[in-house]
Design a protein. Structure first.
Lengths: 117, 117
DNA sequence: GCTATATTCAACACATCGGTTGATCAAGGA
DNA sequence: TCCTTGATCAACCGATGTGTTGAATATAGC
């Protein structure tokens, strides 16, 4: 899954809050309703409801219908899109580091050779 | 590298801005100074300087000294800490999905057997 | 229909964020 | 020493985010 800039904005902003991260952690173990998600936190249900809306707008969760409940479900593909974005730049950096290292090693060996000549 | 809640707050918030993400992308190809990082953007150097401070406070970059320049360097381990956090919950969710799927498949086969009995 | 429960909407307060301008600091070069 | 360049600090402004309270909506169950 590839995402645009706005999607990344919303997703990373959604993860930049400990309450929402805890909800993600909870939802990884199975679906949960607003009330269930609210339980661990000392904040109002309305605040929790809005956290959920932020996660949904980011595409990190979806919601189904079960009578008057609206259970939340984690969307693993949305999480994967984020790690892909991050990994692209991490891997490029690590490749660059390795090239630099090899270059330095080569230069050192060359220097040794010059000295023992 | 494992990080605490504040670190995750700062890191994800740092990534929740297109300017800072573009800086990350640029830095993956090599170190750069404030002026170099500022070049692509229609904002003041001061604003760029503060974006850099946000990235540094999050631990996503470090800075060295080269005369009056302060080149920025990406920290791949910090990026890796973020993907690790995300992957933990994505993988748990995917495992759960697979278990559910297997369960459903088992139930369907059971049902078929009952019908042909 | 009535009431209880689950959830959301609306309006507000307060803090933080991302930008600006103007001043300041630090290092290099003539 | 003086001037230039790279970078930062400080104060301010408008927008956004996160919480609150109180009212509204929707579904379940009697």
């Amino acid at each position: 899954m590839t995402v645009d800039d706005d999607q990344l904005d919303r997703s990373f902003a959604a993860l930049a809050d400990p309450v929402r991260r805890a909800m993600i952690a909870r939802l990884s173990r199975g679906p949960a309703t607003v009330n269930e998600l609210a339980e661990p936190f000392p904040i109002t249900k309305q605040a929790v409801s809005r956290h959920i809306q932020v996660l949904e707008a980011a595409g990190l969760i979806t919601r189904s219908r079960d009578g008057q409940r609206r259970p939340c479900h984690l969307v693993p593909a949305a999480l994967e899109a984020l790690t892909s974005w991050i990994d692209e730049y991490r891997l490029e950096t690590e490749r660059r580091f390795r090239r630099m290292e090899a270059l330095l090693r080569g230069a050192r060996e060359q220097e040794q050779k010059e000295q023992t000549k």
